[in-house]
Design a binder for this molecule. Structure first.
Ligand code: PGA
Length: 251
């Protein structure tokens, strides 16, 4: 049985004070629902340490990105060891904004997934199609490529550390949510693909989150879908009230 997982991706938002307040503000909901829902927040790098200190169990903290080298002359980058050092448990890999704004390729994302696992972090591998790709009926093709390349070289044992997040790019930050049915179609496809690449047990156990304008009002519909195991939440995770409501509604 897969435990629900609700994760808040703060993106380039919050500040010194508000990030700490935000993580404190979701404590009650996280604790009240901890037997049924895992909760994590992904603050900007510079606030990770203080948010991790302020985050009481069971809230976990993750990074929005990671670099795949261990250390050295990589100006501006952050390694898995540094992330662990400040209290991270998870690392987002290949968020669509990194793919489409920063230009990360599937090959880079794959290195980041591997570096996360090798460094003792749990990667959340983000995948999802652009609106043009959906319109051209290429959604499954894009997902297949992102998954096969993103997980390339990972053994069955290592892939058990991975959470997948299906985030149709056209639904991110746009207010356009995929319907429960559209999301379920993609999630079911992804789970079958994992069964083909690995096996049924791994496919049954891997958590697949949905992301893209998830909010309190659509949480129940999304979570009611058989293959949706949780949510990766952007905008609605920036307010303690709305994120708390989503945690409570995700059980
Ligand atoms: P959104 O972002 O909830 O604001 O659409 C989701 C994400 O990008 O992870």
């Amino acid at each position: 049985m897969r435990k629900a997982f609700v994760a808040g991706n703060w993106k380039m938002n919050t500040d010194n004070h508000s990030g700490v307040e935000l993580v404190k503000g979701i404590k009650d909901a996280a604790q009240a629902n901890s037997s049924k829902v895992d909760v994590a927040v992904f603050p900007p790098f510079v606030y990770l340490q203080q948010v991790a200190k302020a985050a009481e169990a069971p809230i976990a903290v993750g990074s929005q990105d990671i670099y795949f080298e261990e250390k050295g002359a990589f100006t501006g980058e952050i390694s898995s060891a540094m992330l662990k050092d400040v209290g991270c448990v998870y690392a987002l890999c290949g968020h669509s904004e990194r793919r489409h704004v920063i230009g990360e390729t599937n090959e880079i994302v794959n290195k980041k997934v591997k570096a996360s696992i090798d460094g003792g972090l749990l990667p959340v591998l983000c995948i999802g199609e652009l609106i043009e790709e959906r319109k051209a009926e290429k959604t499954f093709e894009v997902l297949t490529e992102q998954i096969k390349k993103g997980l390339a070289g990972l053994t069955a044992e290592k892939v058990s550390a991975v959470t997948l997040a299906y985030e149709p790019v056209w639904a991110i930050g746009t207010g356009l949510t995929a319907t429960g049915e559209q999301a379920q179609e993609a999630h079911s496809f992804i789970r079958k693909l994992i069964a083909e690449i690995y096996d049924e047990t791994i496919a049954e156990n891997i958590r697949i989150l949905y992301g893209g304008s998830a909010k309190p009002e659509n949480t129940a519909e999304l979570m009611a879908q058989k293959d949706i195991d949780g949510l990766l939440v952007g905008g609605a995770s920036l307010k303690a009230d709305s994120f708390s409501a989503m945690i409570a509604a995700a059980v």
